[in-house]
Design a protein around this ligand. Structure first.
Ligand SMILES: [Zn+2]
Length: 251
């Protein structure tokens, strides 16, 4: 049972008793159930926005007891920046995982083929990456994931099981679609903030704390990531950690 269902199991009877209890319920009950319901609402909101809470479904966040880390790149492919990232990864013989957006794969299948040819892993990052993705019903979420998986599998010639929710937002619809399709959700333990970082210090700051088992979130669409990827790889190597794909880290 997910943490979401546990929360509903406690919260719903409280709401029913509060509504229908009338004078038969002690006033202290209303106070207590109010506190519990506010706590439950807080848990649900934090569950939606923080994938690491594993609230609606389990996601791979970090692996304990290993000297490996996973570099992950979201939101590509992007002809210019993804290719530069591939070059740098190739120079250091590092394998990574790219969570790609379906419509971008369709527009630039050539770059996806290069990612595959260099031995990197590809995961599903929805078809549209729409701002409204989290409001979609289960059927539409499923369609987006199936559509993108078909393209990934055409490129890789193997079944894809990896999915990363956009912005790390999860909810019951996404959890149901992921479960039905037999996918595995992948989060992160280090968010580089490369989409908003303006300086090397801002980008590298969080990555410097890397330790064995971490999953690092980067974006292969950002020039700042291209500019400082070598330094990120050097930080990993200085700590005697091996950068591997997500599947290798968790299997
Ligand atoms: Zn994204």
């Amino acid at each position: 049972m997910s943490k979401f269902h546990q929360t509903l199991l406690i919260g719903l009877p409280l709401i029913v008793i509060s509504f229908y209890g009338g004078n038969t319920v002690h006033p202290a009950f209303y106070f207590l159930s109010g506190v519990l319901l506010i706590t439950a609402l807080f848990r649900i909101v934090m569950g939606v926005i923080k994938i690491e809470n594993n609230f609606f479904m389990k996601s791979w966040i970090r692996k304990e007891g290993v000297q490996k880390v996973a570099l992950t790149f979201d939101d590509g492919p992007n002809k210019e920046t993804t290719e530069k990232i591939l070059e740098i990864l190739g120079q250091y013989n590092v394998k990574a995982t790219f969570f790609c957006i379906g419509h971008k794969i369709e527009e630039d299948f050539e770059t996806i083929e290069k990612i595959v040819a260099q031995g990197h892993e590809i995961g599903n990052h929805t078809w549209s990456h729409s701002y409204f993705f989290d409001l979609y019903p289960t059927k539409k979420v499923k369609e987006e994931l199936q559509h993108t998986n078909a393209l990934i599998e055409e490129a890789t010639k193997r079944e894809n099981k990896l999915f990363r929710p956009p912005y790390g937002v999860t909810n019951p619809h996404i959890a149901k679609a992921v479960k039905t399709l037999g996918l595995h959700s992948v989060g992160w333990s280090i968010r580089s903030l490369d989409t908003i970082a303006k300086t090397k210090k801002e980008l590298i700051g969080k990555v410097e704390k890397v330790s064995g088992g971490d999953v690092i979130l980067l974006h292969d669409t950002m020039q700042i990531t291209v500019d400082h990827l070598e330094e990120i790889i050097k930080i990993i190597q200085r700590k005697n950690l091996q950068a591997v794909t997500v599947s290798e880290l968790f299997n």
